[in-house]
Write a protein that binds this ligand. Structure first.
Ligand code: ADP
Length: 259
């Protein structure tokens, strides 16, 4: 599709010609369509928890239930869980948009990769204990020019996914290697349910989940991997996943060690 502007060329009040400028607007139309899709997905994602909150509060405010009854408690729990989910969702949407649009710049400093790895493991340790999953970490002592908080956020997102999608009594591995091209390769490896081949790339897009119930049942927002990808790209690195369905997944990302 094209858009054009035309300007007549006049000579002594007579139109003797015209300059016409054609502009290819394909890219703009694609961006407009992506925005429309995003707004419709976001409204759906927001409406679902809001509807649960509204109906729970509706029943509670009708006065038909004893305030201390187990049914009332259950409705309060539903309203609270869904409110928490909404807050997470809105924070993730804002966070992703800020990183993608470059509104937050990465605060890069020299950090030891080993410290980032052990800090990330510490954050998810209690979640792993609850799920009866062992985390095995092999810290790599290399200086890395990076935004500490954002890298820890990336590692904890990947580790918590690995924990969420693995059965009890399995081990999640966090490793890193220095590669010959001067990048560090981080790996988060699980023995969980794995990812089907046709989802290996799409799961890094916003709100893409292998199973529609993944977000509801497991408390995710479907934005974690999109946030990881934006952070890694802002560091000049790449992220991808290798997986065999039913056997486990390995999420890998590379980062240049210095600027
Ligand atoms: P969510 O908040 O749903 O975890 P993510 O963007 O982090 O959102 O992940 C998107 C989807 O990718 C998940 O819902 C799940 O379907 C799939 N996924 C992510 N990590 C794993 C993993 N380690 N094992 C299996 N599936 C995974």
């Amino acid at each position: 599709p094209v858009e054009y502007v035309s300007t007549p060329i006049r000579e002594q009040e007579q139109i003797v010609g015209a300059v016409v400028i054609f502009k290819d607007i394909t890219e703009r139309l694609i961006i407009d369509r992506m925005k429309d899709e995003f707004v419709s997905v976001v409204s759906h994602e927001l409406r679902t928890p809001l509807t649960s909150i509204r109906s729970a509060i509706g029943v509670l405010s009708s006065g038909r239930l004893e305030p201390k009854s187990s049914k009332s408690q259950r409705l309060l729990e539903i309203a609270l869980n869904n409110s928490n989910h909404l807050v997470r969702l809105i924070n993730d949407i804002l966070d992703l948009e800020r990183i993608k649009s470059g509104k937050v710049t990465m605060l890069k400093e020299n950090h030891n990769a080993a410290d980032l790895m052990t800090d990330a493991v510490e954050i998810v340790q209690s979640m792993a204990d609850k799920a009866q999953i062992t985390i095995s970490v092999t810290p790599l002592s290399v200086q890395l020019w990076s935004d500490r908080d954002r890298l820890i956020q990336t590692l904890t997102n990947l580790l918590s996914n690995a924990i969420k999608f693995s059965p009890p009594h399995t081990t999640v591995h966090l490793d890193a290697q220095l590669q010959s091209d001067g990048t560090i390769r981080f790996e988060v490896k699980d023995r969980g349910r794995g990812i089907p081949p046709d989802s290996l790339e799409t799961i890094f897009d916003r709100f893409q989940q292998v199973d529609a119930s993944d977000s509801r049942d497991r408390g995710g927002t479907g934005l974690g991997l999109a946030i990881c990808r934006s952070i890694v790209q802002q560091h000049g690195g790449q992220i991808w996943v290798e997986s065999i369905l039913g056997q486990g997944s390995t999420f890998c990302f590379t980062l240049p060690i210095g600027d």
